[in-house]
Write a protein that binds this ligand. Structure first.
Ligand code: ZN
Length: 186
């Protein structure tokens, strides 16, 4: 059995569980899952929000990149996401609580790119001299930097909550570095 076979086998089991869940809850209710959160996380295979935070299908949109960082590419995806919501006639956060969560982690591979200054500068679309402001070797500082960057984006609704978490890959625990608060205070 190769890797894909194993994954496809798990998918069959997943589909059976989904069918069982549908039998319990009318599928009509599940057809329009209410998005409650956008999680910005690292692509690291140990840091999947579905495992670390136990997110279930329909609970969160997850955008993952190297480091779980706020980059121009990530912001472009956030913009597209907002546009998709508008086209679908759903305004995310229009009703109820909506939350943006920045989830980074210890022992992140991005720290090992510290020597590749031109590559990192290109990733963040900044000058090499500004790299220090991105704190790539310190996840707690980096989470704070990225939450601040998101707060500075006028297009994000000020009433949305935003928070910053660091997942400790050694202990398995998540630390709340930036407690949840509205993106902007009125
Ligand atoms: Zn990482």
């Amino acid at each position: 059995m190769n890797n894909l076979d194993r994954l496809l086998q798990r998918n069959k089991e997943f589909a059976v569980q989904q069918a069982a869940a549908d039998a319990l809850m009318p599928s009509l209710l599940r057809a329009m899952p209410e998005v409650k959160a956008i999680i910005i996380g690292c692509a690291d295979m140990r840091a999947d929000p579905a495992h670390v935070l136990g997110t279930k299908p329909g609970e969160a949109v997850v955008l993952r990149n190297i480091g779980g960082r706020v980059t121009p590419g990530l912001l472009e995806q956030l913009g597209l996401l907002g546009r998709i919501g508008q086209v679908a006639g759903e305004v995310p956060g229009g009703g109820g609580e909506f939350h943006i969560i920045v989830l980074q982690h210890t022992d992140c591979g991005i720290a090992r790119l510290s020597g590749d200054r031109s590559m990192l500068a290109h990733y963040f679309q900044i000058q090499e001299g500004e790299l220090k402001t991105k704190a790539v070797a310190d996840p707690r500082a980096a989470v704070a930097v990225d939450v601040a960057a998101l707060r500075a984006i006028p297009a994000l609704p000020g009433t949305w909550l935003i928070s910053g978490l660091v997942y400790d890959v050694a202990s398995g625990l998540v630390e709340v570095v930036v407690p949840p608060a509205p993106i902007r205070t009125a």
